[in-house]
Ligand binder design. Sequence first.
Ligand code: MN
Length: 420
Amino acid sequence: MTAPQTSWIDSANDGKSHFPLQNLPYGVFSTQGQTPRVGVAIGDQVVDLAALDQAGLLPEAARGTFAAASLNRFIALGQPVWSETRRRLTALLSGADAALRDNAALRHQALVPMSAATLHLPVEIPGYTDFYSSKEHATNVGRMFRDPDNALLPNWLEIPIGYNGRASSVVVSGTPLHRPNGQIKLPNEARPVFSACRKLDFELEMGFIVGKASALGEPVSTADAPAHMFGMVLLNDWSARDIQQWEYVPLGPFNSKGFGTSISPWVVTMEALEPFRRDNPAQSPEPLAYLRQQDKNAYDIALEVALQPDGAAAPSTICRTNFKAMYWTMAQQLAHHTVSGCNVRVGDLMGSGTISGTTPDSYGSLLELTRNGAEPLTLADGSQRGFLQDGDEVIMTGYCQGDGYRVGFGTVAGKILPAR
Ligand code: MN
């Protein structure tokens, strides 16, 4: 049996839309005068799931979970309900079930042009963890700040390195952030100065949203890990490099990361990403037993970063890379996270770590693209960037290329405001 490939919503079918029938990502949106509710993106429209639920068109098991300001209640229902809801939506939006297509009043109520919708943070995030799983990124950073000949610390090939990040400052795409202030240690000074960050950077990452909690004390195996994932988002892990360099020893980043993390508004489900699973990258040495994996846990997701200075006519693309080359997979990250007995909760956000490829145009941070500011990039408007300036907007995008369609993530964008 072949699933229907097209929707009666034409804008979903052009082969370039990030939101064709094969995607159906979940988000939270509002229109003027209305409270936030759960929606699904299709073409240039948002489908109001609260409205479809009220009309009795969605699974009984999900009743009442869509008139909510976050996806958490729906996610907590579990994988069988996610799948049943996806099947119902596929039928309704393909026209296999005509209940929405042929009901003008319901269409008017339930379809909102994306241009008229305000998108909100899709998930209430109890905890945010950030990993460091790109070998190329870790090598580039190690070369710059430690030893060019021994760039990777000995633990890096054994552990999916991570730290507990800050959930309170995770914001949705479009939320501007102020340049952080903090302690900076200048090379020729005995003591630090208090200053606005002078080396403000982005980190191109992806994140997964935990869909199934684990119990305190009970590790999740790499084999079970995929069942604990609801979906993925684009993630910009903004980084204040100068603050980071002074504060990170010995417990890791703190103020240099905690001032803000941006995610895309649409959560692309693991079910939609299933056709884009790929073989895992080779790992040497072979990881310890609890980190070994049988499934294909890599995903083929093309990624880009663009930078648009304040007032510039157009953004300049400054990075093109792919998620599939990440050394440690999401399943290994979750297995490692829980192996100590640490539990995870529905809505937890797990950042991949900066995604860098092997070529200089595939590095996922300005730190690497400009060699710590020493080799500035020239943008389309002729201006140069070592690190971010006030007014700069960073725009990340990504998609999986299918046969005649794309399962896309939309964008995560954020603008830098002057320091307070
Ligand atoms: Mn990071």
